[in-house]
Each structure stands twice: as C-alpha cells, then as structure tokens.
Design a protein around this ligand. Structure first.
Ligand SMILES: NC(=O)c1ccc[n+]([C@@H]2O[C@H](COP(=O)([O-])OP(=O)(O)OC[C@H]3O[C@@H](n4cnc5c(N)ncnc54)[C@H](OP(=O)(O)O)[C@@H]3O)[C@@H](O)[C@H]2O)c1
Length: 201
C-alpha cells in the first residue's frame, strides 16, 4: 500500500514508519519541516496541496501535533479553540479533504490520547481534543463506509516519551512501543472501522 504518515518523523513515527516499510508498504512521511513532503495541519490549503502532490494513496496516518498543557484558572474558550487547531481540526481536515483524493478501500488512522477518558490536571484542552476526535471517528466511519475506513488510536504516554513526559504525568504507566505500533498496523492493514483503539498499556 502507499501510505502517507503525517508526523512520521516524530517519536511514534520513528517506530511506525520502519515497521510499515518492513511490511512492504511505500511510505511518504509528511511534516511542517520534516519528512518527504511538507504540510501544516493548521492550514487547509497545505492539506489540499499535500493530497494533490502525493497522488494515489491507500492509507493516511496522522501522528502529529499535541494538545498544549493549560492552566484552568486562566483558561479561555479562545485558548481552547487555538489548542484544537492542529490536532483536532487538522486531523478532521485530513479526512474531510482526503475522502476526495484517496483510493477506494483507503483507511484513515488518527491519533487522540488517554485524556479523553482519564482526567488529569492541566490537560482540559487535550481531553477535549481527544474526546472530540473519538466522536468524529464514530460519525465519519458510517459516512465513509463502504468506500473507506477510519479508526483512531488513543495512546497513553508512550514508552519512548517517558523521559520527556513522566514528570508531567507521575504514576502513569507507559504503553510499550511495539504494542502501540501493532495497533496502528492493525488499523491500517485490517478491516476495522469506527474503532477507538485504546492503547493504555
Ligand atoms: N508521545 C506520547 O507519549 C503521546 C501520548 C499520547 C498521545 N500522543 C499523540 O500522538 C501524536 C504523536 O506524538 P509524538 O510524541 O510522536 O509527537 P512528536 O514526537 O512531537 O512528533 C510530532 C510530529 O508531527 C509533526 N508536526 C507537528 N505539528 C505539526 C503540524 N501542525 N502539521 C504537520 N506536522 C506537524 C512534527 O514534524 P514537524 O516539526 O516537521 O512538523 C513531528 O514529526 C500526537 O498527536 C500526540 O499528542 C503522544
């Protein structure tokens, strides 16, 4: 399959992209400055340009753009909206635009996160983004069916991010990278659609 991985040069991407290549998939890595082709999830124009440039695609994976930490006491709806631009609206635009470019049988695999289900201090925005992504995928799956599939992987802190994130999320058990990669491969290569795949270790 020919697969675009937005954020493929990042922490999860550095594990997923080689795994996809080892399964004989052709992988195009996209990022704002990294990868083979450039796209900014906050810009619908660059998403459209990505699809026009890259040609036939059988799978789109997004593992890019985090929700920012926030301070609830000073949080505003404007700040929440800003926080949603790349990770929520960007992934939504990848699907809404991509449905017109991808081949029949193509799949979309998005990425959310554990804060959709588990509250934690300073992640109101992250929780809202991930919860909204879960709802989006449920609706999108029936709208895209039977032509295309869509799933979302919801990871807890991933094994390779423990050094960077453990101080923010004390006591959180990371999901092993090979287990996480397996979930992405199953979404891309399998038959599932409309699934929220919780990779909570
Ligand atoms: N790491 C974790 O523990 C963890 C846990 C739960 C959920 N997640 C979610 O999993 C996803 C990937 O996480 P990660 O840790 O692998 O991220 P990462 O290491 O920060 O890598 C993110 C990648 O996305 C690209 N990117 C960032 N903003 C972008 C934008 N606006 N448009 C296009 N590309 C963009 C970056 O490349 P450029 O700089 O070149 O754009 C980079 O390659 C994120 O949504 C994150 O919230 C991660």
């Amino acid at each position: 399959m020919r697969i675009v991985v937005v954020g493929g040069a990042g922490t999860i991407g550095r594990r997923l992209v080689p795994a996809l290549r080892s399964h004989d998939h052709e992988v195009v890595v996209a990022g704002r400055t990294s990868g083979d082709i450039h796209v900014d999830l906050t810009s619908r124009e660059t998403i459209e340009a990505l699809y026009r440039e890259v040609g036939e695609i059988d799978g789109v994976v997004c593992i890019a753009a985090h929700g920012a930490l926030d301070e609830f006491g000073t949080l505003t709806s404007d700040a929440l909206y800003d926080n949603m631009q790349a990770k929520f609206f960007g992934q939504v635009d990848l699907v809404l635009t991509g449905q017109h470019y991808c081949t029949d049988g193509a799949s979309f695999t998005l990425t959310s996160g554990i804060f959709a289900d588990q509250p934690w201090p300073h992640v109101t925005g992250g929780g809202v983004i991930s919860g909204a992504l879960h709802s989006f995928v449920l609706s999108a799956a029936i709208e895209l069916s039977p032509r295309m599939r869509i799933n979302v992987i919801s990871p807890t802190m991933v094994g390779d991010s423990t050094d960077a994130f453990a101080e923010h999320f004390p006591g959180m058990r990371p999901v092993p990278m090979d287990e996480l990669v397996h979930h992405y491969l199953r979404s891309i290569e399998g038959e599932d659609t409309g699934r929220v795949i919780r990779a909570y270790g």
